[in-house]
Write a protein that binds this ligand. Structure first.
Ligand SMILES: Nc1ncnc2c1ncn2[C@@H]1O[C@H](COP(=O)(O)OP(=O)(O)OP(=O)(O)O)[C@@H](O)[C@H]1O
Length: 600
């Protein structure tokens, strides 16, 4: 039935190709019979013609059920069987197993019984069943363990075939599956020396299944029984070697075998079994097992399961001395789990470091975070600003007690008061904005205290949230998407915000990281274009940024060091601001100065 095809067939697209087939002898035969099926199906309600035809719809098939005659050779399906099959079709279509719903439905529509489609969908996939009435049963030619084999004529092709009728005990799904395995394998085999399975005979109302094979004139036992067959010398010699070791079969066995030419193999003198003597050096348990497995008469050899119960596998000496087994360090399931966990953490950390390195690269590529604490830059910047004394300087512009810090993007950065739920900027360092007014000598001491307290608060927040940042880092550091300015950092745990807490001096909050990380440098290139350009003290060189990896704050004394460093920087800034103020005659406000908390 190789002529019918298409995997992944959906209901309504189950095609039968009657032509254009590979014309092997068997496929020709089956192609012809398939065409008949096709015609029968079409006549039953399909209304199609031509080479490619569709199986009729389930509705059409349902109409067909009542019309069908018994599909077995000798019997009509009983009324109850018909009822059951119809019910099966109604209830089981498309509901069973792992086979795709559409295909299962298509199989039922194609005429397969539901007891088969339910558990053996793969075995029949792409085929349609042959009808029993397209064969003429001739005679029984063989009997297997679970089947009877008949010689039959395929009325479609007028060829002789072998029909193997499979017996199922009450459609037991296990038996059906077992048969399905054989069908699947047979369908895959395509070799001149292997009997070709050409198709299956059944119908939706049938409780039987026939396998259609090309007919073979011989089987091995039959060949061995013919007078003309001569075994080669080596074959006979082989037999005698076996008899010499295992003993020749008893007279009774020869008689029972009914092999007419047993004399060809039958040694003139019976051989005595010498297995035990030959392998006397083997452990007794091994010998005992060998003795069973090499029994001359098949029924005495036992089964694989009984062999496994043999003492050989449990008694001393065991198959090998345990001391000769390779030695490994002690390891329990629990240890292994811990090791896995460790490895996972290491991997996550490595990934995070990689990620942070990439973000560093990304930041560089997108030319963002133009912040600086560098002294030289800082000084130059202040001098530049002093020279320009831009009236649009934020501090100047806003003046008074209301301060409105300006981000590099020129947007108003309103320090936040509700920072308790916010995370300190862990990624790119914190931009600590200090206005010129704040650094005024008169207010410098108070400001220093305020900044110190701020740093302490921030440090504790950083510490508290460090884990969240670590977790979020990996997923956020996809640099490939982030070379542009419109990068979105979705994970709030990682998008650290610099919320300036100022005890009521100002309110609101501002997402610093957004501006610092994502504002493209091109926007700042021309100072004149940027409203806040003049108020930015300077830009930070890459080296001064903080790239946290793992816990944001190192344990123990490092925190103190960090805080000390912050204080030192603040003092430096204050000192410098004072110095500049004294040096210059310009008493205008100094614009916003940006610091990195641990900058140099
Ligand atoms: N295609 C065939 N053409 C001719 N004779 C066949 C064909 N297939 C099977 N037979 C005959 O039917 C007998 C039984 O075959 P069947 O395949 O049912 O049994 P088996 O394979 O010998 O045993 P089991 O059922 O345990 O697999 C064979 O020994 C053979 O004589």
């Amino acid at each position: 039935m190789g002529c019918i095809c298409s995997k992944g067939i959906l209901l309504g697209h189950y095609k039968i190709k009657g032509r254009g087939l590979k014309r092997s002898k068997s496929s020709k035969r089956f192609a012809a019979s398939s065409r008949r099926d096709e015609l029968a199906v079409t006549a039953d309600g399909g209304g199609h013609d031509g080479a490619d035809r569709l199986i009729p719809s389930p509705h059409e098939i349902e109409n067909e059920v009542g019309d069908r005659k018994g599909d077995d050779f000798n019997e009509k399906p009983s009324k109850s069987l018909q009822r059951r099959a119809t019910m099966d079709v109604q209830l089981k279509v498309g509901k069973v197993g792992s086979f795709p719903l559409g295909e299962k439905a298509a199989q039922v529509v194609a005429g397969w019984p539901s007891w088969l489609t339910a558990v053996a969908g793969e075995a029949i996939n792409g085929w349609v069943p042959r009808r029993a009435d397209s064969f003429e049963k001739l005679e029984k030619i063989g009997q297997g363990t679970y089947s009877s084999v008949y010689r039959a004529r395929d009325l479609e092709t007028n060829t002789i075939v072998a029909l193997k009728k499979v017996r199922f005990a009450n459609m037991d799904p296990e038996s059906v599956r077992f048969m399905a395995r054989e069908i699947i394998i047979l369908r895959k085999l395509d070799h001149p020396n292997v009997m070709k399975l050409e198709g299956l005979i059944t119908s939706r109302v049938s409780g039987s299944l026939y396998l259609v094979f090309e007919y073979m004139d011989h089987d091995l036992a039959g060949l061995a029984a013919t007078h003309r067959i001569k075994f080669t010398e080596s074959q006979v010699e082989q037999m005698h070697k076996i008899f010499k070791l295992c003993g020749s079969p008893s007279e009774e066995y020869w008689k029972k075998s009914k092999l007419p030419h047993a004399t060809i193999f039958k040694p003139q003198q019976p051989y005595k079994r010498c297995l035990l003597e030959t392998f006397k050096d083997f452990p007794s348990s091994a010998l005992a097992l060998l003795d069973v497995l090499l029994a001359v008469e098949p029924e005495c050899r036992g089964t694989a399961s009984s062999a496994l119960l043999n003492d050989f596998f449990t008694s001393n000496p065991l198959p090998c001395d345990p001391s000769s087994l390779p030695k490994y360090p002690s390891s329990k399931e629990f240890d292994a789990r811990l090791r896995d966990e460790e490895a996972r953490k290491r991997k996550a950390t490595a990934g995070k470091v990689r990620g942070l390195e990439s973000i560093k690269k990304c930041s560089k590529e997108s030319k963002v975070v133009p912040m600086s604490h560098d002294n030289a830059d800082f000084k130059a910047s202040i001098q530049e600003r002093q020279g320009q004394s831009n009236p649009r300087s934020t501090s100047e512009k806003l003046g008074g007690t209301t301060q409105n810090n300006v981000t590099p993007s020129g947007q108003s950065a309103e320090p936040s008061l509700n920072g308790s739920s916010q995370i300190g900027n862990a990624n790119e360092g914190e931009a600590l904005t200090v206005t010129g007014r704040e650094l005024d000598s008169s207010s410098g001491g108070a400001e220093l205290t305020r900044q110190r307290s701020f740093m302490h608060r921030r440090a504790s927040r950083l510490s508290r949230f460090s884990n969240s940042v670590a977790v979020g880092a990996d997923s956020l550091l996809d640099c490939s998407r982030e070379t542009g300015a419109n990068v979105e950092w979705r994970d709030e745990a990682f998008v650290a915000r610099c919320n300036y807490q100022d005890g009521g001096e100002s309110s609101g909050k501002h997402d610093w990281s957004h501006h610092l990380l994502h504002k493209p440098m091109s926007l700042f290139k021309k100072a004149g274009e940027h409203p806040g350009r003049e108020s930015i003290a300077s830009y930070s060189p890459k080296k001064s940024r903080i790239h946290y990896s793992g816990p944001l704050l190192p344990a123990g004394g490092n925190l103190d060091e960090m805080l000390k460093e912050h204080e030192r920087q603040i003092q430096n800034a204050v000192r410098k601001a004072r110095l500049d103020k004294v040096k210059t005659t310009n008493h205008g406000q100094v614009g916003a100065l940006f610091y990195w908390p641990n900058g140099r």
